[in-house]
Design a protein around this ligand. Structure first.
Ligand code: ADP
Ligand code: CDP
Length: 306
C-alpha cells in the first residue's frame, strides 16, 4: 500500500514538471563504526541537498528499548517475542530540517545540524534510546537475524516515505532540477540495505577521537540536564558521569560485535569512498560529501574553496 502511494506521488510530481524532468532518485549510504560522525554528517548533508534522512541505528535502538521494557535480555537463542513486538510496533523518524542547532562540541560550530525525533508507538523516545543500558544491549539485539529482518521492513518503508517527502517539497517550490533523495546511515546500508546506492561513504575516525567526541556530546547533554558542582573535563569527570575510558571501552565492544557478527556485519562496501575525519572539520566532511553527490547527479559543485 505504502509502495503504491509512493509510486503514484512520484508519477504526479514528474507530470508537473514534464518539460524539466526531475533527476532520478538518489540514495546516499553512510556507514562506519560507532561515533564516527555518521548521523550528524548525514543530517547536515540531507539539509544541504534537500534530501530526506533515515537514522537506521535508531530503529535497532527502539528494538532494544522494547526488549528492555519487556525484560527480554537473552537474545542468544533467538527472540520470537521481541520479533513479534517489533512487527507490531510503529517507528517514525521525524527529520526536522527547519529546526537546526549548531553542535556545541564541533570545532567551528557554524554548520547547523537538523534535529531528529524518534517516535516508538507514538512516544518520543529520542533521549531514552541513547541511554547506557540501550548502548550496552543494542549490538547484541542487532546481531539476531530475525530482528534484522523485522527491522528491514521498517527501514525500507521509512526510506520510501522520506524520499517521497523530499520530492513533494521540491514540487511545491518548483525547483525541478533538484532530485529527490535520501541519506541513510548505519552499518550495512551500502552493503545490504541499498547495495545500489548512488553514493556510498564509509566514515571513520581514530578510536580516541571517537571516544572523546562521544564523551563530549554525552557530557554536554548531561550538563544541560543536571549542571555539575565542578566543571567536567576529560581529566576530572564527576563520578556520576561516564569517563572517556568507559566510553572508549563501550565503543570498542560494540564495534567488535558489529564487525564480527554473522548477519550483515560492518564492512567497507567495495565501491564506498572512505573518509577518515580524525583531522577534518565537520564542515569539510559535510561539504565534500555534498559535492561528491552533486558531481554524481550532474549538478554544479558548491564548495571547491575548501
Ligand atoms: N569532524 C568532526 N570533528 C569533531 N567532531 C565531530 C566531527 N564529526 C562529527 N563530530 C561529532 O562527533 C559526535 C559523534 O557524531 P555522530 O554523528 O553522533 O556519530 P555516529 O552517528 O557515527 O555515532 C557528535 O557530537 C558530532 O557532533
Ligand atoms: N544499519 C545498522 C545500524 C545500526 N546497527 C546496530 O545498532 C547499533 C546502534 O547504532 P547507532 O548508529 O545508533 O550507533 P552510534 O554509532 O550512533 O553509536 C550499532 O552498534 C549496531 O549494532 C546495525 O546493526 N545496523
Amino acid at each position: 500500500m505504502q509502495c503504491l502511494r509512493a509510486t503514484l506521488c512520484r508519477r504526479a510530481t514528474r507530470h508537473l514538471f514534464a518539460s524539466k524532468p526531475l533527476a532520478r532518485d538518489f540514495t546516499i549510504a553512510i556507514d562506519g563504526p560507532a561515533a564516527s560522525g555518521k548521523s550528524s554528517t548525514a543530517r547536515a548533508v540531507a539539509l544541504e541537498l534537500g534530501f530526506g534522512y533515515i537514522d537506521s541505528g535508531s530503529i535497532y535502538r527502539c528494538a532494544t528499548l522494547l526488549a528492555l521494557r519487556h525484560d527480554i535480555t537473552d537474545i542468544s537463542a533467538g527472540a520470537p517475542d521481541l520479533i513479534d513486538l517489533i512487527n507490531k510496533a510503529s517507528v517514525d523518524i521525524k527529520f526536522q530540517p527547519q529546526s537546526t542547532r549548531s553542535a556545541p562540541n564541533l570545532i567551528t560550530g557554524r554548520l547547523p545540524v537538523p534535529d531528529v525525533r524518534i517516535l516508538l508507538n507514538d512516544e518520543d523516545v529520542s533521549e531514552e534510546i541513547r541511554k547506557p543500558d540501550v548502548n550496552r544491549l543494542v549490538a547484541k539485539v542487532a546481531s539476531d537475524g530475525g530482528v534484522r529482518s523485522a527491522v528491514l521492513g521498517i527501514q525500507r518503508a521509512l526510506a520510501r516515505a522520506a524520499e517521497t517527502r523530499s520530492k513533494s517539497v521540491v514540487g511545491k517550490e518548483g525547483v525541478s532540477s533538484v532530485p529527490g533523495g535520501v541519506v541513510m546511515d548505519g552499518r550495512d546500508i551500502g552493503t545490504t540495505i541499498f547495495p545500489n546506492a548512488e553514493l556510498k561513504i564509509y566514515l571513520d575516525a581514530s578510536a580516541m577521537a571517537r571516544a572523546i567526541r562521544r564523551w563530549d556530546e554525552m557530557n554536554s547533554s548531561l550538563k544541560r540536564a543536571k549542571p555539575p558542582a565542578v566543571p567536567a573535563t576529560a581529566e576530572n569527570t564527576p563520578a556520576e558521569y561516564p569517563s572517556v575510558e568507559d566510553i572508549a571501552r563501550e565503543l570498542e565492544e560494540r564495534d567488535y560485535a558489529d564487525i564480527n557478527r554473522q548477519h550483515s556485519p560492518l564492512r567497507i562496501a567495495k565501491d564506498a569512498i572512505v573518509i577518515d575525519n580524525t583531522s577534518m572539520t565537520f564542515e569539510q566532511q559535510v561539504y565534500s560529501i555534498a559535492d561528491l553527490a552533486r558531481d554524481r547527479m550532474g549538478l554544479e559543485r558548491k564548495h571547491d574553496d575548501l
